[in-house]
Design a binder for this molecule. Structure first.
Ligand SMILES: C[S@@+](CC[C@H](N)C(=O)[O-])C[C@H]1O[C@@H](n2cnc3c(N)ncnc32)[C@H](O)[C@@H]1O
Length: 255
């Protein structure tokens, strides 16, 4: 049985939400990665669910003992990072720390950040359990205050953001990468919506396309930039997925 079904008796409601009979807090719903605009009526009760994509939303997703996306790294990220000489790596929107902890155990000096302090606490627990050392900050993707030319690699794993946040954040990430450094990305593409899975964003604006990534990273050399249909087996992400995979190298500094 796959991990998510071991976690709880999961079933899909007619609304498309995933419900879980054995967890006290709300399970991630059909699009936990999607940040969607607020649309509460003026009379909304104070007990209303937090807006998708908000800090409160993600705190609720992670407020359970289980690791929502598992404790093993994303396969593509791990494969690609393993090809690089060990150095410094940044994991933005890193959630519960599965990629950060794996990279630290592989010898990398790891910094991670996420908007959710609950995610940070779980990541630090995972690091302690596995004997890994990581630095983890609570920060917003739009302005993560990273400084310049600090990292040899950046791993963007299912980091789906609204366009304004994504565009601002990508500029900060590009600046924080050393010349010659690489960004490794795996994220859902618009084709994923057509698969009608219970996981993954349903809002096309937060999904990745090749065009979007080329435009967001001017001057970068696309070592890998492809659409792929893959089988995911990482906690809540279970089954067929349509994704973009990218490895992009920042140009070397001009002499
Ligand atoms: C689908 S999860 C992926 C988590 C992790 N990268 C992984 O693969 O396990 C998306 C993550 O984005 C984070 N996030 C959403 N909006 C954010 C923002 N504005 N700034 C930083 N992190 C954000 C969420 O808290 C969540 O951990």
């Amino acid at each position: 049985m796959r991990p998510i079904t071991r976690l709880c008796a999961a079933f899909i409601l007619s609304s498309g939400l995933l419900a879980c009979s054995s967890t006290p807090s709300p399970a991630p719903d059909a699009a936990p990665e999607a940040a969607q605009p607020a649309s509460k009526p003026a009379s909304a009760p104070t007990t209303a669910k937090p807006d998708k994509g908000s800090k409160a939303f993600w705190d609720g997703v992670y407020d359970r003992q289980e690791y929502v996306y598992g404790v093993e790294p994303n396969v593509f990220f791990a494969e690609q990072l393993a090809k690089l000489p060990v150095g410094t790596v940044l994991l933005p929107a890193e959630g519960e720390g599965r990629n950060a902890v794996w990279a630290a155990k592989a010898g990398w000096s790891v910094e991670a950040f996420d908007i959710s302090p609950v995610a940070k606490n779980k990541a630090m627990k995972l690091a302690a359990d596995k004997g890994a050392e990581i630095t983890y900050n609570v920060a917003d993707f739009a302005d993560p205050k990273l400084g310049e030319e600090r990292f040899d690699a950046i791993g963007l794993v299912y980091a789906h953001m609204p366009p304004k946040v994504r565009d601002a954040g990508m500029k900060h990430l590009a600046a924080a990468l050393k010349p010659g450094g690489v960004i490794i990305l795996e994220g859902f593409s618009p084709a994923h919506i057509e698969l009608e899975t219970p996981f993954g964003p349903k809002s096309v604006e937060v999904l990745y396309t090749q065009e979007l990534l080329r435009a967001a990273l001017p001057g970068f050399e696309m070592l890998i930039l492809e659409d792929a249909q893959i089988e995911l087996d990482e906690g809540y992400h279970q089954g067929k997925a349509a994704v973009i995979r990218m490895v992009a190298r920042k140009p070397q500094a001009k002499p």
